[in-house]
Design a protein. Structure first.
Length: 265
């Protein structure tokens, strides 16, 4: 069974991350399937792409048990670049955990809708690793420098309401009505996915060339890596963190369900 499934209905493509035993945390194979799914949506002429998770979660991050070296980060960068550069809008439909790598996927999407169960975090300092510079840039542009510093320097999660207040989330689904007069949800489909799919179909009625050009223009407002880090200082820090004993300690602590003992080495 694939970790990331792909389907196309009309001109709306959907990718669903399904690894419920790990709260949809992605390993190397899952990231490869994510990249393949994005490529398939482009090849199939999708007008909108929706990405969601399974079993009440979006994506709890990278599977720390399978992180070994920078090979994983390079593949992830390819997947996120492909997602960010699609010639059509992309929507993240989020419930439950949207942490670390999951937050990066959400950041790479153009639009984000969530339900009230969603929680967002960038807990890199809790694990002894770092995200790449593009992620920091897009996070800061999206939520502001102050909240970007809070998320990355405290590793604390924020609620869907807090995420909406910062601009990370565009829409929050209200809690399902308690009365019997409300229409029943589609069987087997989370309300947040139904909502995102309806939004996707609305977008398919808009002019594709206008959307593609606007998306390209917005992406060009972001600075390239050479401008961000002309002396490769961040790249050096990134590679140092990924080769550190602290990362090994973070992985071990995660596996053993204990607090890590970081030493800065």
């Amino acid at each position: 069974m694939p970790i990331v499934s792909y389907r196309m209905e009309d001109t709306v493509a959907t990718l669903q991350i399904s690894r419920p035993d790990r709260r949809n945390a992605l390993n190397h194979a899952g990231v490869a399937e994510l990249l393949s799914g994005v490529d398939s949506a482009v090849a199939d002429g999708a007008r909108v792409l929706v990405i969601t998770g399974d079993a009440g979660h979006f994506c709890a991050g990278a599977d720390l048990k399978e992180l070994e070296d920078l090979t994983f980060t390079r593949l992830l960068r390819k997947a996120l670049d492909a997602l960010a550069e699609t010639p059509f809008p992309t929507i993240a439909a989020i419930e439950g955990s949207c942490m670390g790598l999951g937050a990066q996927i959400a950041l790479a999407c153009d639009l984000r809708v969530a339900d009230e169960s969603a929680r967002f975090a960038v807990p890199v300092a809790k694990l002894g690793l770092m995200v790449d510079h593009w992620t920091l840039q897009r996070l800061a542009l999206l939520v502001g420098h102050s909240m970007a510093r809070w998320l990355t320097m405290t590793a604390k999660p924020i609620t869907a309401e807090q995420a909406a207040a910062t601009g990370f989330v565009h829409e929050i689904l209200p809690a399902p009505p308690q009365d019997d007069s409300a229409p029943a949800p589609v069987a087997g489909v989370a309300p947040v996915l139904s909502h995102a799919t309806a939004l996707a179909h609305h977008i398919t009625l808009l002019a594709p060339l206008s959307l593609a050009g606007t998306k390209r223009g917005l992406n060009q407002l972001e600075r390239d890596s050479g401008q961000l880090d002309p002396n490769a200082e961040y790249v050096s820090a990134f590679e140092l963190a990924w080769a550190s004993e602290d990362l090994k300690e973070g992985q071990a602590a995660f596996t053993e369900r204990r607090r890590p003992n970081f030493r800065g080495a």
